[in-house]
Design a protein around this ligand. Structure first.
Ligand code: A3P
Length: 306
């Protein structure tokens, strides 16, 4: 493996001061350890038809989608006051394919959810042959760029200066970003959703913010745990929305303190959660460049990333 990685295209981001080296393998960029985890999963995962994959490109709303999906599929098991999300970091509520392969088997007793940032083309073959359902979240590209910049600079305790943001933006436009290119990630899942109708649900971060209720009802139906009329009347949908809201999750002790995987401060996963924060960072030229780029890349789909 070491030898193989030596032959791959690699990129050390200047805006991360050499703290992070990404490799391009299977047509996407990420850290060596996630590529290695992906290879292990591809070789060893025995997916079950009941497994449900929670898939996303980083910084598109993964934390939120994980919390919502987990709350939906486990809602019969817990009282409102004893929900595990009150004491568990959302990312710890389900195994992450690239790092938690050994937890997947045992976790099936608790929930069918497995999360991953892998592009569709790199999902383990057994997830495709088992026809596993996939829920995919995506988000306005400009907010993703800003969110990624803050997250990765934050991890390395670097200041948020304008010149570094420009470098991060340039890398992103060249497709060099964690699990990037972003548009390839989206297109992979989008094309698969056309080939496998009913098996891949697309949710958009901004739609979830604008209309959480109907999106949650759609998500619950897709996950095979639809809300009954009684539950809707009893406010179960609203309770899950509240439980998983940015305001609630970001203020819980479990999410404010400590490290995720002994590496990343959990609070970095909760920043502003605003739609349109990019306006504070982008020049007119940057806006035009990225809008044109995604228009061109996503031509023919009805996906809007602007
Ligand atoms: P910002 O950096 O724009 O604030 P991911 O979960 O994929 O890492 O994405 C992180 C982004 O989602 C961050 O966006 C974060 O603030 C936002 N976020 C985290 N939890 C959220 C929640 N419960 N509801 C809405 N947005 C959330």
């Amino acid at each position: 493996m070491e030898e193989m990685f030596n032959t791959l295209p690699k990129h050390s981001c200047t805006w991360l001061k050499g703290n992070s080296t990404w490799y391009k393998y299977q047509n996407f960029w990420t850290l060596q350890r996630f590529h290695l985890g992906a290879i292990l999963a591809q070789q060893n995962l025995k997916a079950q038809p009941s497994d449900i994959l929670v898939c996303s490109y980083p910084k598109t709303g993964t934390t939120w989608l994980k919390a919502l999906s987990f709350a939906i599929v486990t809602r019969q098991k817990f009282d409102k006051s004893a929900n595990p999300l009150l004491t568990t970091f959302p990312h710890d509520c389900m195994p992450f394919l690239e790092t938690d392969l050994d937890l997947i088997e045992e976790n099936r007793n608790k929930s069918p959810l497995i999360s991953t940032h892998l592009p569709y083309q790199s999902l383990p073959e057994s997830t495709i042959s088992s026809n596993c359902k996939i829920v995919y979240i995506y988000r306005n590209v400009k907010d993703v760029i800003v969110s990624q910049f803050h997250f990765l600079r934050g991890i390395h305790k670097l200041p948020m200066d304008d010149s570094s943001f420009e470098e991060a933006f340039d890398d992103f436009c060249q497709g060099i970003s964690g699990y990037g290119p972003y548009w390839e990630h989206i297109l992979g899942y989008w094309n698969a959703s056309l080939e496998r109708p009913g098996k891949i649900l697309f949710l958009k971060y901004e739609d979830l913010k604008r209309d959480p209720t109907s999106n949650l009802i759609k998500l619950a139906e897709f996950l095979g745990s639809p809300f009954s009329d009684g539950e809707v009347k009893d406010g179960v949908v609203e309770n899950i929305i509240k439980l998983c809201s940015f305001e609630n999750l970001s203020n819980l002790d479990v999410n404010k303190n400590g490290l995720h995987n002994n590496l990343i401060e959990k609070q970095i996963f909760f920043r502003k959660a605003k739609d349109g924060d990019w306006k504070n960072y982008f020049t007119d030229e940057m806006k035009e460049k990225i809008d044109n780029l995604v228009d061109e890349k996503l031509k023919g789909t009805n996906l809007v990333l602007k």
